[in-house]
Design a protein around this ligand. Sequence first.
Ligand code: PLP
Length: 387
Amino acid sequence: MAIYLDNSATTPVRREVIDEMLPFLESDFGNPSSIHSHGMKAAAAVKLARERVAGLLGCMPSEVYFSPCGTYANNVAILGRARFVEANDGGRHLITTSIEHPSVIGPSQHLESRGWRVTYLPVDKDGIIDLEQLKNAIANDTSIISVMWANNEIGSLQPIEQIAKVAQERGIYFHTDAVQVPGKLPIDVSKHSFISALSLSGHKFYAPKGIGILYLKQGENVMPTAFGGGQEMGILPGTESVPNIVAIGKAAELAASEVFETSKALVNLQRILLEKLMPIEGLRITGPREIEKRLPGHVSVAISGAEGESLVMKCDLKGISVSSGSACHKGIIEPSSVLRALRLADSEARGSLRISAGRFNTIEECEKAADLIAQIAAKSAKTATAN
Ligand code: PLP
């Protein structure tokens, strides 16, 4: 049986989630906008899902918006806010980081092409921003700060509470991409009440692909970036994907109720993987080495002189699914922008590997995978030295 250790890329859909969504693909297929009984049943299911997501986030249901995916939620959080800023003659300066997901980097670059000034904060060797640098970057025209909570490639956690406080002290809208967080760390926006907007994606926490969440704090304005029938308060219009919404609602409920137990189990698996991989010569951990600074279950490494895609294929041949942040572009292995931001030498960054455990992985699986990956890594590191 293949061992799946790529849960930061996507997770399997949980049985409990499938069971709840199936009736909405079969008998209960109504459109929530219809006023007949089919429609009312669908609308009630959407309402329940919104309440469950609000339970996961510690917010009001009216602050939860369903979106087609995490990418859309990030785009609306940034571009929708930028539209509002522009409409109100606000300052056109955005602060983000150099290690964001492309769905934050993309809208940031789009704003740059429209005349906005964008600051991409650097990160330290662990992939964490410096609060003083953030404070120094804030100017009179800063209108948006967007900093991810947990990095998908290197697992680094940002000091979200402090960042949110800095933004709040200066009265600046603060968005965080929290796509990697649900089910691994508790999220409570009522505690971090300075978060203006937050994005999630269902397929990272055991719901299907193609459904996301935008949390928008009451009173924070964003303007639509697409136009249609006015669903989701007009911010994310389009007929609701009821089965997917039901699914993310159930997944949110499970994630909230199991987070402490899951997080503990994932940290245990992470320790097993780290302990077996760390002693290998030529291999270094990318992102934080201290477990409390990392996303639970997430391990990322760089093997000097190796090539990421080839490592992934070698692992696949041994029955282990993992991923790499380095990809082949026009015949050349290029490290990702995240690995570049860590200022690793290209020869090291090219050999990146991400191993991300999920709630269905067992200790035996992680021990077996770690031994096999250790063999592959040791061989690759040796071959690279010989070359
Ligand atoms: N943000 C982060 C940190 C991610 O890891 C991902 C997915 O890989 C996304 C955003 C995009 O989410 P989606 O795949 O739902 O568009």
